[in-house]
Design a protein around this ligand. Structure first.
Ligand SMILES: NC(=O)c1ccc[n+]([C@@H]2O[C@H](COP(=O)([O-])OP(=O)(O)OC[C@H]3O[C@@H](n4cnc5c(N)ncnc54)[C@H](OP(=O)(O)O)[C@@H]3O)[C@@H](O)[C@H]2O)c1
Length: 299
Protein backbone atom coordinates (compact mmCIF):
# COMPACT_ATOMS: atom_id res chain seq x y z
CA UNK A 1 0.00 0.00 0.00
CA UNK A 2 0.99 3.65 -0.29
CA UNK A 3 1.77 5.73 2.78
CA UNK A 4 3.23 9.15 3.46
CA UNK A 5 6.35 8.75 5.56
CA UNK A 6 9.20 10.86 6.83
CA UNK A 7 12.66 9.59 7.68
CA UNK A 8 13.74 12.70 9.58
CA UNK A 9 12.07 15.55 11.45
CA UNK A 10 11.95 18.69 9.35
CA UNK A 11 9.97 20.90 6.98
CA UNK A 12 7.14 19.79 4.69
CA UNK A 13 9.71 18.56 2.15
CA UNK A 14 10.56 15.56 4.37
CA UNK A 15 7.16 13.99 3.56
CA UNK A 16 7.27 11.32 0.83
CA UNK A 17 4.85 8.83 -0.69
CA UNK A 18 6.32 5.33 -0.33
CA UNK A 19 5.21 1.72 -0.75
CA UNK A 20 4.94 -0.14 2.57
CA UNK A 21 3.36 -3.36 3.85
CA UNK A 22 -0.34 -3.26 4.64
CA UNK A 23 -0.83 -3.55 8.44
CA UNK A 24 -2.78 -6.42 9.99
CA UNK A 25 -5.52 -5.83 12.57
CA UNK A 26 -4.90 -7.47 15.94
CA UNK A 27 -7.45 -8.31 18.66
CA UNK A 28 -9.97 -5.49 19.08
CA UNK A 29 -8.69 -3.73 15.97
CA UNK A 30 -10.09 -2.88 12.55
CA UNK A 31 -8.30 -2.39 9.23
CA UNK A 32 -9.75 0.69 7.49
CA UNK A 33 -9.25 1.45 3.80
CA UNK A 34 -8.71 5.20 4.03
CA UNK A 35 -10.78 7.43 1.76
CA UNK A 36 -9.70 10.72 3.28
CA UNK A 37 -7.73 12.21 6.16
CA UNK A 38 -7.33 15.78 7.35
CA UNK A 39 -4.50 18.00 8.53
CA UNK A 40 -4.33 18.96 12.19
CA UNK A 41 -1.83 21.39 13.68
CA UNK A 42 -0.40 18.45 15.60
CA UNK A 43 0.64 16.87 12.28
CA UNK A 44 3.05 19.61 11.29
CA UNK A 45 4.24 20.04 14.87
CA UNK A 46 5.13 16.32 15.08
CA UNK A 47 6.61 16.39 11.56
CA UNK A 48 8.95 19.21 12.60
CA UNK A 49 9.88 17.55 15.90
CA UNK A 50 8.28 20.36 17.91
CA UNK A 51 6.12 17.92 19.88
CA UNK A 52 6.41 14.19 20.47
CA UNK A 53 3.77 11.53 20.45
CA UNK A 54 4.65 9.23 17.56
CA UNK A 55 8.27 8.41 18.45
CA UNK A 56 11.25 8.82 16.16
CA UNK A 57 11.13 8.65 12.33
CA UNK A 58 10.49 6.82 10.13
CA UNK A 59 6.85 7.56 10.89
CA UNK A 60 3.51 8.15 9.21
CA UNK A 61 1.39 11.06 10.40
CA UNK A 62 -2.38 11.41 10.26
CA UNK A 63 -4.85 11.52 13.16
CA UNK A 64 -8.11 11.64 11.21
CA UNK A 65 -9.54 9.01 8.91
CA UNK A 66 -12.72 8.29 7.06
CA UNK A 67 -13.02 5.15 5.00
CA UNK A 68 -14.39 1.66 4.75
CA UNK A 69 -13.86 -1.31 7.08
CA UNK A 70 -11.66 -3.74 5.16
CA UNK A 71 -10.90 -6.41 7.76
CA UNK A 72 -11.83 -7.16 11.36
CA UNK A 73 -9.38 -8.30 14.01
CA UNK A 74 -10.36 -11.03 16.48
CA UNK A 75 -13.14 -10.07 18.88
CA UNK A 76 -14.56 -7.15 16.93
CA UNK A 77 -18.33 -7.37 16.52
CA UNK A 78 -19.33 -3.69 16.46
CA UNK A 79 -18.53 -3.33 12.74
CA UNK A 80 -18.84 -5.39 9.55
CA UNK A 81 -16.57 -5.43 6.52
CA UNK A 82 -17.77 -2.68 4.17
CA UNK A 83 -19.05 -0.33 6.88
CA UNK A 84 -18.30 3.37 6.25
CA UNK A 85 -16.52 4.69 9.35
CA UNK A 86 -14.64 7.68 10.70
CA UNK A 87 -12.30 8.04 13.63
CA UNK A 88 -9.24 9.42 15.33
CA UNK A 89 -6.09 7.30 15.27
CA UNK A 90 -2.70 7.89 16.88
CA UNK A 91 -0.80 8.46 13.65
CA UNK A 92 -0.80 6.35 10.52
CA UNK A 93 -3.87 7.95 8.91
CA UNK A 94 -1.87 9.33 5.98
CA UNK A 95 -1.87 5.96 4.25
CA UNK A 96 -4.11 3.81 2.07
CA UNK A 97 -4.91 1.57 5.03
CA UNK A 98 -4.70 2.08 8.77
CA UNK A 99 -5.30 -0.15 11.77
CA UNK A 100 -7.51 1.43 14.44
CA UNK A 101 -8.87 0.29 17.80
CA UNK A 102 -12.52 -0.59 17.10
CA UNK A 103 -13.66 1.50 20.06
CA UNK A 104 -12.13 4.65 18.56
CA UNK A 105 -14.25 4.40 15.39
CA UNK A 106 -17.90 5.17 14.66
CA UNK A 107 -20.12 4.80 11.63
CA UNK A 108 -19.71 7.80 9.32
CA UNK A 109 -22.63 10.23 9.60
CA UNK A 110 -25.01 9.22 6.81
CA UNK A 111 -25.64 12.73 5.52
CA UNK A 112 -22.01 13.65 4.71
CA UNK A 113 -19.37 12.29 2.34
CA UNK A 114 -15.96 10.88 3.27
CA UNK A 115 -14.28 14.27 2.75
CA UNK A 116 -16.51 16.02 5.29
CA UNK A 117 -16.26 13.05 7.66
CA UNK A 118 -12.44 13.11 7.58
CA UNK A 119 -12.50 16.76 8.65
CA UNK A 120 -14.25 15.95 11.90
CA UNK A 121 -12.67 13.43 14.27
CA UNK A 122 -9.81 15.16 16.10
CA UNK A 123 -11.18 18.70 15.83
CA UNK A 124 -14.75 17.76 16.73
CA UNK A 125 -13.63 15.50 19.61
CA UNK A 126 -11.48 18.36 20.92
CA UNK A 127 -14.38 20.80 20.85
CA UNK A 128 -16.83 18.21 22.19
CA UNK A 129 -14.67 17.08 25.09
CA UNK A 130 -13.27 20.52 25.98
CA UNK A 131 -16.79 21.99 26.16
CA UNK A 132 -18.32 19.01 27.98
CA UNK A 133 -19.08 21.14 31.05
CA UNK A 134 -20.71 24.00 29.13
CA UNK A 135 -24.37 24.56 29.94
CA UNK A 136 -27.27 26.51 28.47
CA UNK A 137 -27.13 30.22 29.18
CA UNK A 138 -23.39 30.22 29.92
CA UNK A 139 -20.91 32.48 28.18
CA UNK A 140 -18.05 30.93 26.23
CA UNK A 141 -15.10 32.61 24.52
CA UNK A 142 -13.50 30.60 21.71
CA UNK A 143 -10.11 31.78 20.47
CA UNK A 144 -9.18 30.99 16.86
CA UNK A 145 -12.89 30.49 16.28
CA UNK A 146 -12.52 30.18 12.50
CA UNK A 147 -9.98 27.34 12.65
CA UNK A 148 -10.39 23.58 12.58
CA UNK A 149 -11.35 23.18 16.23
CA UNK A 150 -12.82 26.64 16.67
CA UNK A 151 -15.48 26.53 13.96
CA UNK A 152 -16.82 23.26 15.38
CA UNK A 153 -16.61 24.57 18.96
CA UNK A 154 -18.75 27.56 17.97
CA UNK A 155 -21.45 25.25 16.58
CA UNK A 156 -21.32 22.84 19.54
CA UNK A 157 -21.44 25.68 22.08
CA UNK A 158 -24.34 27.31 20.27
CA UNK A 159 -26.21 24.01 20.13
CA UNK A 160 -25.75 23.66 23.91
CA UNK A 161 -27.48 27.00 24.37
CA UNK A 162 -24.43 29.09 25.28
CA UNK A 163 -23.74 32.72 24.41
CA UNK A 164 -20.77 32.37 22.06
CA UNK A 165 -17.99 34.91 21.60
CA UNK A 166 -15.14 34.21 19.17
CA UNK A 167 -11.86 35.83 18.18
CA UNK A 168 -11.03 36.04 14.48
CA UNK A 169 -9.87 38.45 11.81
CA UNK A 170 -12.61 40.66 10.38
CA UNK A 171 -12.65 38.59 7.17
CA UNK A 172 -14.08 35.68 9.18
CA UNK A 173 -16.74 37.57 11.13
CA UNK A 174 -19.70 37.07 8.77
CA UNK A 175 -18.73 33.41 8.42
CA UNK A 176 -18.68 32.92 12.21
CA UNK A 177 -21.97 34.70 12.72
CA UNK A 178 -23.39 32.31 10.13
CA UNK A 179 -22.23 29.43 12.34
CA UNK A 180 -24.02 30.93 15.34
CA UNK A 181 -21.46 33.17 17.05
CA UNK A 182 -23.20 35.92 19.01
CA UNK A 183 -20.18 38.22 19.16
CA UNK A 184 -16.96 38.23 17.16
CA UNK A 185 -13.84 40.18 18.09
CA UNK A 186 -11.20 41.22 15.58
CA UNK A 187 -8.11 40.38 17.59
CA UNK A 188 -5.92 42.34 15.18
CA UNK A 189 -7.73 45.58 16.09
CA UNK A 190 -9.11 45.11 19.61
CA UNK A 191 -7.75 43.57 22.81
CA UNK A 192 -10.45 41.01 23.65
CA UNK A 193 -9.65 41.43 27.36
CA UNK A 194 -11.05 44.97 27.20
CA UNK A 195 -14.38 44.04 25.59
CA UNK A 196 -15.39 40.64 27.02
CA UNK A 197 -16.25 39.84 30.62
CA UNK A 198 -18.05 37.34 32.87
CA UNK A 199 -17.06 34.36 30.73
CA UNK A 200 -17.83 30.87 32.09
CA UNK A 201 -15.40 29.00 29.81
CA UNK A 202 -12.56 30.21 27.60
CA UNK A 203 -11.48 27.64 25.03
CA UNK A 204 -7.96 28.86 24.28
CA UNK A 205 -6.76 27.50 20.94
CA UNK A 206 -3.98 30.10 20.63
CA UNK A 207 -2.06 29.87 23.91
CA UNK A 208 1.02 31.89 24.83
CA UNK A 209 0.13 35.33 26.13
CA UNK A 210 -3.56 34.72 25.35
CA UNK A 211 -3.62 32.76 28.61
CA UNK A 212 -3.33 35.53 31.19
CA UNK A 213 -5.57 37.86 29.17
CA UNK A 214 -8.15 35.06 28.94
CA UNK A 215 -8.01 34.45 32.69
CA UNK A 216 -8.82 38.13 33.17
CA UNK A 217 -12.20 37.83 31.40
CA UNK A 218 -13.46 34.86 33.46
CA UNK A 219 -16.25 35.28 35.95
CA UNK A 220 -15.48 33.97 39.47
CA UNK A 221 -15.50 30.19 39.18
CA UNK A 222 -14.94 30.31 35.42
CA UNK A 223 -12.63 27.87 33.61
CA UNK A 224 -9.73 28.46 31.25
CA UNK A 225 -9.30 25.42 29.00
CA UNK A 226 -6.00 25.53 27.13
CA UNK A 227 -4.92 23.18 24.34
CA UNK A 228 -1.22 23.92 24.01
CA UNK A 229 0.38 25.77 26.90
CA UNK A 230 0.15 29.41 27.92
CA UNK A 231 1.35 31.99 30.41
CA UNK A 232 -1.65 31.24 32.67
CA UNK A 233 -0.53 27.78 33.77
CA UNK A 234 -0.14 28.86 37.41
CA UNK A 235 -3.68 30.28 37.53
CA UNK A 236 -6.02 28.07 39.62
CA UNK A 237 -8.66 28.28 36.87
CA UNK A 238 -6.24 26.98 34.23
CA UNK A 239 -6.88 23.48 32.83
CA UNK A 240 -4.55 21.81 30.32
CA UNK A 241 -6.65 19.80 27.86
CA UNK A 242 -5.69 16.72 25.79
CA UNK A 243 -8.13 15.22 23.28
CA UNK A 244 -8.93 11.50 23.63
CA UNK A 245 -9.99 9.21 20.77
CA UNK A 246 -13.54 8.00 21.45
CA UNK A 247 -15.95 6.07 19.27
CA UNK A 248 -18.71 6.82 21.78
CA UNK A 249 -18.22 10.59 21.43
CA UNK A 250 -18.03 10.24 17.63
CA UNK A 251 -21.41 8.49 17.66
CA UNK A 252 -22.87 11.49 19.50
CA UNK A 253 -21.13 13.87 17.10
CA UNK A 254 -22.56 11.87 14.16
CA UNK A 255 -26.05 12.30 15.58
CA UNK A 256 -25.50 16.04 15.80
CA UNK A 257 -24.29 16.08 12.18
CA UNK A 258 -27.26 14.00 11.00
CA UNK A 259 -29.69 16.38 12.73
CA UNK A 260 -28.13 19.31 10.89
CA UNK A 261 -26.54 20.94 13.95
CA UNK A 262 -22.87 20.46 13.03
CA UNK A 263 -20.98 20.64 9.76
CA UNK A 264 -17.28 20.91 8.99
CA UNK A 265 -16.14 23.72 6.72
CA UNK A 266 -13.73 22.43 4.10
CA UNK A 267 -11.14 25.06 3.22
CA UNK A 268 -9.50 22.87 0.56
CA UNK A 269 -9.32 19.25 -0.57
CA UNK A 270 -5.94 18.13 -1.89
CA UNK A 271 -4.65 14.78 -3.14
CA UNK A 272 -2.56 12.97 -0.52
CA UNK A 273 0.45 13.25 -2.81
CA UNK A 274 0.29 17.02 -2.20
CA UNK A 275 0.52 16.67 1.57
CA UNK A 276 3.59 18.91 1.79
CA UNK A 277 1.56 21.79 0.35
CA UNK A 278 -1.29 20.97 2.76
CA UNK A 279 1.13 21.26 5.68
CA UNK A 280 2.44 24.61 4.39
CA UNK A 281 -1.12 25.95 4.21
CA UNK A 282 -1.94 24.65 7.70
CA UNK A 283 1.22 26.16 9.16
CA UNK A 284 0.22 29.56 7.80
CA UNK A 285 -2.38 29.69 10.60
CA UNK A 286 -4.98 31.08 8.20
CA UNK A 287 -7.10 28.02 7.41
CA UNK A 288 -10.87 28.49 7.71
CA UNK A 289 -12.21 25.13 8.91
CA UNK A 290 -10.20 22.16 7.69
CA UNK A 291 -7.86 20.99 4.95
CA UNK A 292 -8.73 17.48 3.82
CA UNK A 293 -6.46 15.07 1.96
CA UNK A 294 -8.04 12.36 -0.15
CA UNK A 295 -6.64 9.48 -2.16
CA UNK A 296 -9.19 10.12 -4.89
CA UNK A 297 -10.37 13.71 -4.51
CA UNK A 298 -13.77 14.41 -6.04
CA UNK A 299 -13.63 16.43 -9.26
N1 LIG B 1 -4.35 19.55 23.30
C1 LIG B 1 -5.15 18.99 22.42
O1 LIG B 1 -5.71 17.92 22.66
C2 LIG B 1 -5.39 19.68 21.10
C3 LIG B 1 -6.35 19.17 20.21
C4 LIG B 1 -6.59 19.85 19.01
C5 LIG B 1 -5.87 21.01 18.71
N2 LIG B 1 -4.94 21.46 19.59
C6 LIG B 1 -4.19 22.71 19.31
O2 LIG B 1 -5.14 23.76 19.20
C7 LIG B 1 -4.67 24.73 18.29
C8 LIG B 1 -5.76 25.05 17.27
O3 LIG B 1 -5.93 23.92 16.42
P1 LIG B 1 -6.73 24.07 15.06
O4 LIG B 1 -6.68 22.76 14.38
O5 LIG B 1 -8.05 24.69 15.29
O6 LIG B 1 -5.77 25.13 14.30
P2 LIG B 1 -5.98 25.80 12.89
O7 LIG B 1 -7.13 25.21 12.17
O8 LIG B 1 -4.66 25.77 12.20
O9 LIG B 1 -6.30 27.32 13.27
C9 LIG B 1 -6.33 28.24 12.23
C10 LIG B 1 -7.14 29.44 12.69
O10 LIG B 1 -6.45 30.14 13.71
C11 LIG B 1 -6.92 31.48 13.69
N3 LIG B 1 -5.95 32.31 14.36
C12 LIG B 1 -4.61 32.37 14.13
N4 LIG B 1 -4.03 33.21 15.01
C13 LIG B 1 -5.03 33.69 15.82
C14 LIG B 1 -5.06 34.59 16.91
N5 LIG B 1 -3.93 35.18 17.35
N6 LIG B 1 -6.24 34.84 17.51
C15 LIG B 1 -7.38 34.26 17.07
N7 LIG B 1 -7.41 33.40 16.01
C16 LIG B 1 -6.24 33.13 15.41
C17 LIG B 1 -7.08 31.78 12.22
O11 LIG B 1 -8.20 32.63 12.07
P3 LIG B 1 -8.01 34.11 11.52
O12 LIG B 1 -7.60 33.93 10.07
O13 LIG B 1 -9.36 34.70 11.72
O14 LIG B 1 -6.92 34.70 12.33
C18 LIG B 1 -7.39 30.42 11.57
O15 LIG B 1 -8.73 30.31 11.17
C19 LIG B 1 -3.39 24.17 17.68
O16 LIG B 1 -2.28 24.73 18.31
C20 LIG B 1 -3.47 22.69 17.98
O17 LIG B 1 -2.20 22.08 18.06
C21 LIG B 1 -4.67 20.81 20.76
Amino acid sequence: MLAITQNVFGGPEVLHVVEVDRPQPGPGEVLVRVAATSVNAADWKVRAGLIGGLGDPPLTLGLDVSGVVDELGPGVDRFAVGDPVYGMVFGGGNAEYVVAQADTLALKPKVIDFVHAAALPTAALTAWQALAGLGAGQRVLVHAAAGGVGHLAVQIAKHRGAFVVGTARAANHAYLRGLGADEVIDYTAVDFATTVRDVDIVLDLVGGEYGSRSAAVLRPGGRLIDTQGSDAEADPRYERFYVEPSGASLREIATMVERGHLRATIDQVLPLAEIAEAHRISESGRVRGKIVLAWNPPA
